[in-house]
Design a protein around this ligand. Structure first.
Ligand code: FEO
Length: 165
């Protein structure tokens, strides 16, 4: 039977993934309303991925004999200054999520829960990739600055920044 401390940490993570999904959905919608087709598609897909991260946790908790808690969420930001702010926020959120995952990994070792430890390795690798991608995007946005032509190409090419998994 899964320990309560692990269960609490995993349920907390369910909330973090759901929060990320909603935040990225709000960002996607903001970009969509501005005709930034490529960027909005990227963010819609990213929001879906976060929901998948949440579902994976929900199923795991239930499989292990725990009870997943589906959380109420705060309304995410609806308005953003620009794309730079969006991707700064996204990177910040991913760094926070990585720290949370690492803390649960530490806890699984302390509690000798090797099944959950093994399950979390997927999230550890995923976080490395997500942080890397957010940094690449931010670097590109910094290079582009206010150049409209550069932004056009960025919007067109953003879907290709994902490395194959
Ligand atoms: Fe599921 Fe991007 O953290």
């Amino acid at each position: 039977m899964i320990k309560q401390s692990i269960l609490d940490a995993l349920n907390n993570q369910v909330e973090a993934e759901a929060t990320a999904s909603q935040l990225y959905l709000a960002m996607a919608s903001w970009a969509d309303a501005r005709g930034l087709e490529g960027i909005s598609e990227f963010l819609f897909a990213h929001s879906d991925e976060e929901r998948m991260h949440m579902l994976k946790l929900v199923r795991f908790i239930n499989e292990r004999g725990g009870k997943a808690i589906i959380p109420a969420l705060q309304m995410p930001r609806q308005d953003f200054q620009n794309l730079h702010e969006i991707f700064e926020m996204l990177l910040e959120h991913e760094i926070k999520v990585s720290e949370m995952i690492n803390e649960i990994v530490d806890l699984t070792l302390a509690e000798k829960d090797y099944t959950t430890h093994n399950f979390l390795q997927w999230y550890v690798s995923e976080q490395i990739e997500e942080e890397r991608l957010a940094r690449i995007i931010l670097d590109k946005l910094k290079l582009i600055g206010d150049d409209k032509g550069g932004m056009y190409l960025f919007d067109r090419d953003i879907s290709s920044f994902h490395s194959p998994k």
